[in-house]
Design a protein around this ligand. Structure first.
Ligand SMILES: Cc1cc2nc3c(=O)[nH]c(=O)nc-3n(C[C@H](O)[C@H](O)[C@H](O)COP(=O)(O)OP(=O)(O)OC[C@H]3O[C@@H](n4cnc5c(N)ncnc54)[C@H](O)[C@@H]3O)c2cc1C
Length: 453
């Protein structure tokens, strides 16, 4: 038995393990269902090409995080890159973000955006994403970019999405900026949370995961898939027959799956809650191309419904080591919610054909075609989540089950946040007495008192 059991060797779980060890605490075990660590942050290799589970770019805006990455992975082993991202709509490329770069679009579109912006609704507390767009950008920007794009990426109706996630992800605009962006031709600018990124010189984003894993003293137990969590007896049961008792459970597996697999007195409530948590799934298609000049862009957003994908990116522009000499590569992403496999397969075929047409890729130039599925991709922020999620997480914590990370907390989170989440839960467990519950033996001491740290 280990005092702390960690489920999931994605970035959050690895970071929790790392930070426990940094504090001199080794009485933990980290279990992962796959044969490889990394979770959403993984890369695969084929015929000399490296593909991530869609482009994973490291944005750093926290001092501790920067020093941690440097310490664990060495920032000298990363390219430091200024983003070149574009939007393709109405047969025109405009630099991201749309709301300040209308130059080149049809006059009628520009007029609609300006008129809508001037006439935007005065709503200081918009509840839905739809109302938020109307309040901050107006109907023209909504019609030509925000509504179709968000509808595509979330595969969910924009009137049912809340606005709580928008803050740092959607840059604001002003009339001056809009007019400036119409009058002046410009390349990409340093606007928004993702204007600059780091990317490993080689190995794809898995490099980061490998560095964290290699820095650990304790092993990661791979091929251990959680089948059941018995919170009354505090035991995790795995599909391979192993059972692991714990005092404190840090779990980073998707919360809906955890709730479905928990055994405790209110199991049925938990299982009902699991069905209310919404997220989309993403199909990520990757092409390795025997041509070096495919594109000089990093990625392009596609708001229009005539293209099934919402984004196409070019990994060879993140690092040349991701492709063999003289080659380039491309990834595309399409999102879906509760769709049949047949529908998704059909959409995928259409998407790959549309991509080849758009970038004039001949079949004989395609060296590799690799399709990756991401079942839990983007969390859907809806009213249910807003109302019930905090209590759900609190109830679990009261049972010494700490559900953290992107899908542990069911949130929109970056790699930076995942790694900081891993640290935060360790800080909480090792420095503050854990909250107790009716099922917990009250004689159990907080970890700080049980262990000499
Ligand atoms: C499409 C997409 C693009 C993204 N792009 C970026 C980007 O460019 N930049 C950025 O900073 N972030 C990006 N992110 C976010 C980033 O991937 C995540 O924030 C981060 O990887 C989350 O790490 P995690 O450990 O919390 O979750 P996960 O990576 O989901 O880790 C959870 C782990 O638990 C394991 N697990 C699940 N179920 C079980 C079980 N039953 N038993 C045992 N183990 C289990 C999983 O295999 C996995 O390893 C992107 C995410 C997506 C979906």
């Amino acid at each position: 038995m280990a005092q702390i059991v960690i489920i999931g060797a994605g970035l959050t779980g690895l970071s929790a393990a790392y930070h426990l060890e940094q504090k001199g605490f080794f009485d933990y075990r980290l279990f992962e269902k796959e044969s490889q660590s990394g979770g959403l942050c993984r890369s695969v290799q084929e015929k000399g090409f490296t593909f991530d589970f869609t482009g994973h770019l490291l944005h750093i805006n926290d001092d501790y995080f920067r020093s941690l990455i440097h310490h664990v992975a060495g920032l000298q082993h990363f390219n430091s890159v200024n983003r070149r991202s574009w939007i393709y709509s109405q047969d025109t490329y405009t630099p991201y973000p749309y709301q300040i770069n209308l130059r080149g679009l049809p006059t009628a579109t520009i007029a609609e955006c300006i008129q809508g912006f001037i006439a935007r609704k005065n709503n200081t507390n918009p509840k839905t994403f739809y109302d938020w767009v109307l309040a901050y950008f107006g109907s023209g920007f909504g019609k030509h970019f925000f509504f179709p794009y968000q509808q595509k990426i979330f595969a969910y109706h924009v009137k049912k999405l809340t606005a709580s996630w928008t803050g740092r992800f959607v840059p604001a605009t002003s009339l001056e900026q809009i007019i400036d962006g119409i009058m002046h031709e410009r390349e990409e600018q340093s606007i928004g949370y993702n204007a600059h990124f780091f990317y490993p010189l080689s190995g794809g984003i898995s490099y980061l995961v490998d560095c964290f894993e290699q820095s650990l003293v304790n092993p990661v137990y791979h091929n251990f898939c959680v089948e059941r969590v018995d919170v009354r007896d505090k035991v995790v049961h795995f599909a391979n027959g192993h059972a692991e008792p714990y005092e404190y459970l840090i779990t980073t597996m998707p919360l809906d799956n955890l709730l479905k697999n928990m055994r405790e007195p209110s199991s049925s409530t938990m299982q009902r809650a699991a069905d209310k948590l919404l997220c989309n799934s993403v199909v990520n298609f990757n092409l390795g191309i025997a041509r070096s000049d495919l594109s000089d862009k990093h990625w392009i957003y596609f708001p229009e419904s005539r293209y099934p994908f919402y984004r196409i990116g070019f990994p060879h522009n993140f690092s040349t080591a991701l492709v063999p000499n003289g080659c380039s590569s491309l990834y595309g992403e399409l999102a879906y919610l509760h769709k049949s496999r047949t529908t998704v397969t059909r959409q995928l075929r259409t998407a790959i054909k549309a991509t080849k047409d758009l970038f004039h890729i001949r079949d004989e130039e395609v060296v590799v075609q690799k399709v990756l599925y991401i079942p839990h991709a983007y969390v859907i922020y809806d009213a249910w989540r807003e109302k019930y999620l905090p209590n759900l997480l609190k109830t679990l914590a009261n049972m010494n089950v700490y559900s953290v990370g992107r899908y542990g907390e069911w949130k929109y989170a970056s790699m930076q946040e995942a790694i900081l989440d891993g640290k935060a839960i360790v800080d909480k467990l090792l420095f503050f007495p854990a909250v107790t519950t009716p099922f917990v033996d009250h004689t159990i001491q907080p970890i700080t008192q049980q262990k000499e740290l």
